[in-house]
Design a protein around this ligand. Structure first.
Ligand SMILES: Nc1ncnc2c1ncn2[C@@H]1O[C@H](COP(=O)(O)OP(=O)(O)OP(=O)(O)O)[C@@H](O)[C@H]1O
Ligand SMILES: [Mg+2]
Length: 357
């Protein structure tokens, strides 16, 4: 019964030997069951998961044991919610402890996504408001400078200055237009789309604007990759932006791998009462072996106008996210310290989205 449970269960004896560990626990902690696990000290079984060993070690030391606490497993990029309790004998003496837990990674990612979406929505609204307000005064400056120029036919120096005013006003207007473009709702033209073609074209397009230098690009695309219902132009924009970022991060030397595979995504069983049906998805990863994204910036790189580049506008990734969201997909940054950057885009094989506000 415990083995079939959708929660992870681990029990230890008072002397620190493992008494029980169910299949879900092995899965969540990515450990391979060994025949002699039961009866071994838990510190040995969890030597590769020191966070778990630390929690279990507290079982007989703390007066109040953690209830519904969270534990972040950094190596596995997972979050679990757990309750630790003691098992007592008839006289109330502790004879062991139980760790009862659940994989909260999907819930956590969903919440994170919603938070980002909210943030993007409010920033977008603000940007649209400012852009709109700026359009009229900018047009006024441009028109009046034009009129002024006509009144100064005899002064070339003044003409040049007014000319500068006009071109700067035009530039500011172009930024405003780009900003409005970004906050405008996306309308998707959905078609059955072959992602391998989109990906190959995106590499060429990214290369045409950002010099590749000595960067090698390897495509690892599964042969029978299913088609997705997508807007090929918009999806191409997604991968062009990701690859442009990778080229920029590598700065002429390094390696990019573009991987595309079909996967079945399990919905979280704990949150649906019916038998979960896996969703068919295509997972596309754009990996580079560049400097990576600093951990404290992970949350910010999807914010509009966030950039670390002198000439960046910081709209590349927010646009990527907006398009991926419109396809009912998701994008994740997978960053392992010192191993470059991977952006993972997950797209449903069949999407219900036709419009995105
Ligand atoms: N592959 C990557 N490697 C390292 N850092 C990256 C990578 N991709 C994105 N970033 C970081 O995320 C930031 C935001 O990226 P984003 O594409 O949104 O804007 P940008 O590239 O700076 O400007 P723009 O794309 O508008 O020209 C970048 O400035 C960079 O710091
Ligand atoms: Mg960019």
């Amino acid at each position: 019964m415990v083995n079939g449970m959708r929660n992870g269960v681990i029990a230890i004896h008072r002397d620190g030997l493992l008494a029980l560990m169910n299949d879900e626990a092995y899965r969540i902690f990515s450990l391979r069951p060994q025949p002699d696990d039961l009866g071994r000290p838990f510190s040995e079984v969890f030597c590769d998961r020191p966070e778990v060993a630390r929690v279990l070690a507290c079982a007989f030391e703390l007066t109040t044991l953690p209830n519904r606490a969270e534990l972040r497993l950094r190596d596995l990029n997972r979050v679990i919610g757990y309750t630790l309790s003691q098992v007592r004998d008839d006289d109330g003496g502790p004879v062991g402890a139980m760790l009862f837990f659940k994989d909260l990674t999907l819930v956590e990612q969903q919440e994170e996504r919603e938070r980002l979406r909210d943030r993007l929505a409010s920033l977008g609204e603000m940007a649209a408001g400012i852009a709109h307000e700026l359009k009229n005064p900018l047009a006024g400056i441009e028109v009046n400078a034009g009129l002024l120029r006509r009144q100064l036919p005899d002064s070339p120096a003044a003409q040049a200055l007014v000319g500068d005013i006009i071109s700067e006003a035009k530039l500011a207007n172009a930024i405003v237009v780009e900003m409005l473009e970004f906050v405008r709702p996306i309308r998707l033209q959905l078609e059955r789309t072959a992602l391998d073609i989109v990906l190959r074209e995106a590499v060429l397009m990214a290369e045409s604007s950002t010099p590749r230098g000595d960067v090698s690009v390897t495509m690892e695309i599964q042969a029978d990759l299913p088609m997705v219902d997508g807007d090929d132009q918009q999806l191409s924009q997604v991968f062009v932006n990701l690859m442009t970022n990778a080229f920029e991060a590598l700065d002429g030397k390094g390696r990019i791998v573009v991987r595309a595979t079909a996967e079945a995504l399990e919905s979280d069983p704990g949150f649906t009462s019916e038998t979960p049906t896996p969703t068919q998805v295509v997972v596309i990863e754009v990996c580079d072996n560049g400097p990576g994204v600093a951990a404290d910036l992970n949350d910010r790189i999807f914010d509009p106008f966030f950039t670390t580049k002198p000439k960046g506008s910081g709209l590349g990734l927010p646009i990527v996210r907006k398009i991926v969201d419109a396809h009912d997909g998701r994008i994740d940054l997978v960053c392992v310290a010192g191993q470059g950057t991977t952006f993972r885009v997950t797209l449903p094989v069949s999407s219900s989205a036709t419009w995105f506000k």
